[in-house]
Design a protein around this ligand. Structure first.
Ligand SMILES: [Zn+2]
Length: 300
């Protein structure tokens, strides 16, 4: 089964056709970005443009070669950073599949597909302006809808209490925002969700927090699987309601479904950053945790 759902920030496709005793389901989020050149005024080749903080920076005119190469690098680099990094563990008896009489419950592997369009192409999830920085400019404050040509460079953003530089490549952080993630410290007393969530403290105060990708560093963490987990809930709910229709045909099926419904309502789909193998129905019912070790003696 391949099913697609559209959400405001991305499209999502769940593929269970790839499931077998060793392979999990795949959830692919597709994000279509519409890039738009910001060029110096008129026909001049050089000018200035304000960054996120209102600070003017020197910019130069895009040419076709620089533009297409920047877009291609952005898309391939950010996609490979994010795709295939999380597995959501099936704790709701969702998506059962029958393999030679044995029921398996897959976990869900999280993938990302980025598409870099021109802003004029219809159907983009977000339009992003991009400045081409003059070679003399080393830094530009990007934000969610304004990027710069050096966003793929590693930049020193914070320093830990022990004097280590915390470096970040802005484009992968910005893709986190496009997927719906907030800065690491949003919701803490020094960065209330109702205040300016782009304030310096929101990028992490403790050494641990500032190293997060949604802080000032490059560390991808299980909580960054949030966009996949939230969209997966919709697929899991749909799976449950379609199984309800067939189960309600008999009392015993309805009883077993009731257990599934209760399990689903309390499901978490915890995120892991290593591949975990599918579990059998017996393993699920016995509460056997999903394993990173390839199981033996499965019937294929
Ligand atoms: Zn940010």
């Amino acid at each position: 089964m391949k099913k697609t759902m559209t959400f405001p920030k991305f499209d999502a496709e769940l593929n269970t056709d790839c499931c077998d005793p060793y392979n999990n389901a795949e959830l692919t989020l597709t994000l279509r970005l519409g890039f738009r050149q910001i060029n110096p005024a008129g026909t001049t080749n050089a000018g200035t443009h304000p960054d996120a903080g209102g600070q003017p920076h020197k910019i130069i005119r895009w040419n076709p070669a620089a533009w297409s190469s920047w877009k291609a690098r952005f898309v391939s680099s950010a996609q490979s950073f994010w795709t295939g990094k999380f597995w959501l563990i099936n704790d709701s008896l969702s998506f059962p599949h029958n393999n030679r009489g044995v029921i398996y419950f897959p976990n869900v592997w999280c993938r990302l597909k980025l598409i870099g369009n021109e802003a004029t192409v219809p159907g983009n999830h977000r339009t992003i302006d991009v400045v081409r920085l003059d070679p003399s400019e080393n830094w530009f404050g990007s934000h969610a809808t304004l990027y710069d040509s050096k966003d793929m460079d590693s930049i020193h953003k914070k320093t830990t209490s022990t004097g280590n530089k915390v470096m970040q490549r802005a484009h992968v952080h910005e893709v986190g925002h496009l997927l719906g993630l907030n800065h690491v410290d949003v919701g803490k007393p020094h960065c209330p969700a109702s205040g300016d969530t782009n304030a310096y403290a929101c990028y992490g105060v403790s050494d641990h927090d500032m190293q997060s990708l949604m802080g000032a560093g490059m560390q991808l963490r299980p909580e960054h699987a949030y966009p996949w987990r939230e969209s997966l809930r919709h697929f899991a709910l749909e799976d449950m309601s379609s199984r309800a229709q067939s189960a309600l045909r008999s009392f015993s099926h309805a009883r077993s479904l009731l257990g599934t419904v209760i399990t689903s309502l309390s499901s978490v789909w915890p995120a892991k950053m290593r591949r975990h193998y599918p579990r059998t129905e017996a393993e699920m019912k016995a509460g056997t945790p999903a394993s990173t070790v390839r199981p033996q003696r499965r019937g294929i």
